[in-house]
Design a protein around this ligand. Structure first.
Ligand code: FE
Length: 346
């Protein structure tokens, strides 16, 4: 794939990130890939980690099915690692795993985190990895959000279309994504720039009304018209609207799994370099991490230590919302309010 020059550039790019991850001598980095999928990424990660003095393990699994990350993310939770115990053990034993096969939300990923392995997911196209390259500055802003979220007892968000929904917050884990990882057991994804948590059990009530220019992932499209979700006790009881709402209901029903109607994570985006477009190549971090968005989600909660591993996972980024933690405004009409969360040029 590509020329030697392209590969050298890729290795240099990955090396810059692995430096942020504090990879160095005395560490073992396992690089995970499947079939031909992103094999040039795996080779760049191996070369970059070796350059930094780490021991490397090339965990290269035979291909099983969909190669395209955009297809795979529509059906996550199943992967070849579960059928390769030796490869799995290599990952459990490593200090860090670079994941080029998309373990997201799988039992295997959770097991690695519990074993103390930190994990960085890299599956996006190079132009997106470059444009959204992580910084310590953004990490600090995401962590400022994390501190507030940890202290808060409720989260409420609204928009002009009629959204008004409240999440009762308990003690669920908080997921931060800023694009690199230095702490044992901590997962991250490059690119990132947002944070999220779950409500307490059955602790979501109200309604969410998406605007026509909000985004539906993994479908990678604008909603196209308003779609209303009536939520009671942490579950969507009704999806109302026109043809596009019907389309979304059909998509969910296609999984034949009522757990798909559970409200999943909630949070907001802090990456000011993201572009509000659903159709960019890759898995859609531009929409998910977009500065000042609210990311509403349905489906699994395994990433937050829950038991719901439904493969139907909808991420629904919304613009122009207002969001409060208890009584503190965090986002006001799509603009980030607290000083320590605001991007430099905002
Ligand atoms: Fe999600």
């Amino acid at each position: 794939m590509g020329t030697g020059q392209d590969q050298a550039r890729l290795t240099a790019l990955f090396r810059r990130n692995l430096e942020l991850c504090e990879v160095g001598p005395g560490e073992t980095v396992a690089v995970l890939s499947e079939g031909d999928q992103l094999r040039h990424y795996a080779e760049a990660s191996l070369a970059a980690a070796r350059d930094l003095g780490a021991d490397v393990e090339d965990v290269h699994l035979p291909s099983e099915g969909a190669e395209d990350p955009a297809v795979r993310i529509a059906n996550i939770g199943q992967n070849a690692l579960g059928r390769n115990p030796q490869a799995m053990q290599t990952c459990l034993d490593a200090d860090m795993v670079v994941d080029h096969m998309l373990l997201l939300f799988s039992h295997e990923q959770i097991a690695m985190q519990k074993a103390g392995t930190r994990i960085l997911l890299i599956v996006e196209p190079v132009e997106i990895l470059e444009r959204l390259f992580p910084t310590a500055e953004m990490r600090a802003r995401v962590e400022a959000g994390e501190r507030r979220l940890r202290a808060a007892r409720s989260l409420r968000f609204t928009n002009a279309a009629g959204t008004d929904v409240t999440y009762t917050l308990g003690d669920k884990p908080i997921l931060t994504e800023y694009g690199y990882t230095t702490e044992p057991g901590r997962w991250d994804h490059w690119p990132g720039g947002f944070l999220a948590t779950l409500a307490a059990e059955e602790g979501v009530n109200g309604r969410v009304v998406m605007e026509a220019d909000d985004i539906v992932f993994p479908l990678r499209e604008f909603t196209g018209e308003r779609i209303a979700f009536e939520i009671e006790g942490g579950r969507v009881r009704e999806i109302g609207g026109g043809a596009r709402a019907g389309h979304l209901r059909d998509f969910i029903e296609g999984y034949g799994d009522p757990r798909a109607y559970a409200v999943s994570h909630i949070g907001w985006g802090l990456n000011h370099r993201c572009i509000w477009r659903p159709d960019l190549p890759g898995i859609g971090m531009d929409g998910r991490a977009h500065y000042g968005n609210v990311l509403f989600s349905l489906g699994p909660d395994t990433e937050f230590g829950g038991e719901n591993d439904t493969p139907c996972h909808l991420d629904l980024p919304m613009q122009g919302c207002s969001l409060w933690l208890d009584d503190e405004p965090i986002v006001q009409d799509g603009a980030v309010v607290p000083e320590d969360m605001r991007a430099p040029a905002n």
